[in-house]
Design a protein around this ligand. Structure first.
Ligand code: AMP
Length: 191
């Protein structure tokens, strides 16, 4: 299956992405994780990305698109993948459409986690303490939420028009959310 998981920063996408990947035997591809790995290794991509990430801004589409294109070309993604954190802009949606079309496949489903905004900010502040991420200061958290609402939330409508969006309530216990996602995706897999 070829899947996307969407939702505001802090909705629990990364956590759920791992469970989904395991169940459907596909790699979970997190653009944020790839950027962070590049930053910590000091690669040219990491150096370029870091200035945007630290400010809570989006890394330019050209850079991000090329990175995703290379990643989904890897052998483990031939039979499918789950994208976490991509696409985030309309240009990225179009780019991804092209990449998938080129391989003769289709995007099967977009899982959208819906959460309470206050709870999300609370989760992020907690994560900032535990993980010490440079982009988890209060100011940057606010900017990332704002950018999500402005640039990324509208993409859900694009996919909704295609009839592939599954809205999942992202509140409650982690395993409850996971079960809701599995119920929706099992139905997609069997269709
Ligand atoms: P995340 O871990 O998904 O919240 O991503 C962390 C940061 O990486 C974001 O705030 C952006 O700076 C950058 N990033 C991740 N994915 C993308 C993307 N698809 N487009 C642009 N920037 C991204």
């Amino acid at each position: 299956m070829r899947l996307i998981i969407m939702g505001p920063p802090g909705a629990g996408k990364g956590t759920q992405a791992k469970f989904i990947a395991e169940r459907y035997s596909i790699p979970a591809i997190s653009t944020g994780d790839i950027f962070r790995a590049n930053v910590s290794q000091g690669t040219p991509l990491g150096v370029e990305a870091q200035k945007y990430m630290d400010a809570g801004e989006y890394v330019p589409d050209q850079v991000t698109n090329l990175m995703v294109r290379n990643r989904i070309d890897e052998p483990d993604a031939v039979n499918g993948f789950l994208l976490d954190g991509y696409p985030r802009t309309l240009a990225q949606v179009e780019e991804l459409d092209g990449m998938i079309k080129f391989t003769g496949h289709r995007l099967d489903a977009v899982v959208c986690l819906t959460v309470d905004q206050d709870e999300v900010v609370q989760r992020l502040l907690q994560r900032a303490q535990v993980e010490g991420r440079a982009d988890d200061t209060e100011e940057v958290i606010r900017r990332r939420q704002e950018l999500y609402q402005e640039e990324t939330a509208p993409l859900i409508d694009v996919y909704r028009d295609r009839g592939i969006v599954h809205e999942i309530v992202g509140m409650g216990e982690v395993d409850e959310v996971t079960q809701r996602i599995f119920d929706a995706l099992d139905a997609v897999e069997q269709s």
